[in-house]
Design a protein around this ligand. Structure first.
Ligand code: A2R
Ligand code: GDD
Length: 323
């Protein structure tokens, strides 16, 4: 049985990746920050702060994984504007700590580094879809940290012959995502309005942007396939290949909701810079692994809204709800 180590498994993607790998017959060790919890059983959970390099080395020496999924990050573009120092520490220094600890081992586990479509930055509508060969133009601190991770990853592969691949993940969504991100944010607001917990007004940011959304379960299946089949030193886009405008996402959620909701644009939710369109060319991923998206966007939106409805169950609000 193959041993997988997931670093940063207490977040959104981690819970799905744990389930995917256990289902595929892997033995899983999952790391979390000391203050976090990971629900579930059938796998080993360890504390790890990736800013603590000796702790990474000790854990690798003990677990001796066949493969390592590196998810740990400060993952919010929005927060990277608020806290650039932390974003740089975790996403660059933390990743280098991991790569260096892996390099020092007496064997070569396979490693998957999770980067972001944000690395491509500003792409003119005529330049989409974005292939891995496109130039990177990071337009925010988060994106710049992921570009650094990718570049340093390739340097480690070239210099030390490490078995390491990178992905550039496009937007992924689903139940249990933090409401810092757009789909979870809109679904949470809609569920609270349905329950009368909030006035019937949904507050939104920039609705004109287009993003390439994929269900997180499809995303983690791609990660497992790339871990097994990806070529060291290569970068793979992981996304649906179809960009949807945020306005369209909002409209679909409003249709799924049972209540009459008005929309208010909140200038506080705008970013200093927001890439207008992000759409993946996924040929490299599909040719390498045979991956195809399985879960349609509408299903993910429905399940995410239902998740937030369940979160509000048992809470009573004072606002009047009209159908
Ligand atoms: O910040 P926390 O306490 O929620 O922990 C996060 C963890 N993390 C760390 N783990 C070890 N050492 C650190 N210094 C450290 N700082 C943060 O990484 C959290 O448990 C995990 C990231 O989870 P999420 O923020 O929910 O990200 P998600 O959506 O699971 O994305 C996974 C990867 C990231 O590399 C993103 O940048 C990329 O996919 O889109
Ligand atoms: N969060 C949020 N809330 N975003 C909004 C809102 C709102 O109310 N209204 C409009 N948006 C727009 C944002 O301006 C952005 O253009 C788009 O919705 C998506 O925003 P997020 O869901 O916050 O995601 P992101 O694209 O900034 O970053 C996510 O995707 C990246 C991959 O492309 C994160 O998951 C990153 O970790 C990931 O790398």
């Amino acid at each position: 049985m193959k041993k997988a180590l997931i670093i940063g498994a207490a977040g959104f993607v981690g819970s799905y990746l744990i389930r995917q790998l256990l289902g595929d017959g892997y033995q899983v060790t999952a790391t979390k920050m000391p203050q976090e919890a990971i629900p579930g059983e059938g796998f080993e959970v360890r504390d790890l702060d990736i800013l603590d390099q000796p702790a990474i080395a000790a854990l690798l020496g003990e677990v001796r994984p066949d493969c390592i999924f590196h998810l740990a990050a400060q993952s919010s573009v929005y927060l990277s504007w608020k806290n650039p120092g932390l974003t740089i520490d975790v996403n660059i220094k933390g990743s280098v700590n991991l790569m260096d600890a892996v390099r020092s081992l007496d064997y070569k586990p396979r490693v998957l580094l999770i980067g972001s479509s944000e690395e491509y930055g500003h792409i003119a509508p005529g330049e989409t879809k974005i292939a891995e060969t496109s130039a990177v133009h990071p337009g925010n601190i988060y994106a710049a940290t992921k570009v650094c991770q990718n570049l340093i990853g390739r340097i480690y592969v070239d210099a030390y012959g490490m078995e390491m691949m990178s992905v550039r993940a496009f937007n992924h969504i689903g139940p249990n995502q933090s409401p810092m991100f757009v789909v979870a944010d809109f679904c949470k607001q809609a569920a609270e309005i349905e329950k009368g917990l909030k006035e019937p007004v949904i507050r939104v940011g920039n609705l004109s942007a287009y993003r390439d959304f994929t269900d997180v379960r499809d995303i983690v299946r791609a990660y497992r396939m790339l871990m097994e089949k990806g070529a060291p030193g290569e970068t793979y886009n992981v996304g649906s290949g179809h960009a949807v405008q945020i306005r369209e996402i909002l409209d679909q959620i409003l249709v799924l909701s049972k209540t009459r909701i008005s929309v208010e644009v909140d200038p506080q939710k705008f970013r200093p810079v927001d890439v207008p369109i992000v759409e993946a060319d996924t040929r490299k991923l599909r040719e390498c692994t045979g991956w195809e998206r399985r879960i349609p966007l509408k299903q993910t939106l429905q399940e995410t809204l239902d998740y937030w409805r369940a979160q509000t169950a048992g809470r009573d609000g004072g606002f009047v709800v009209s159908e």
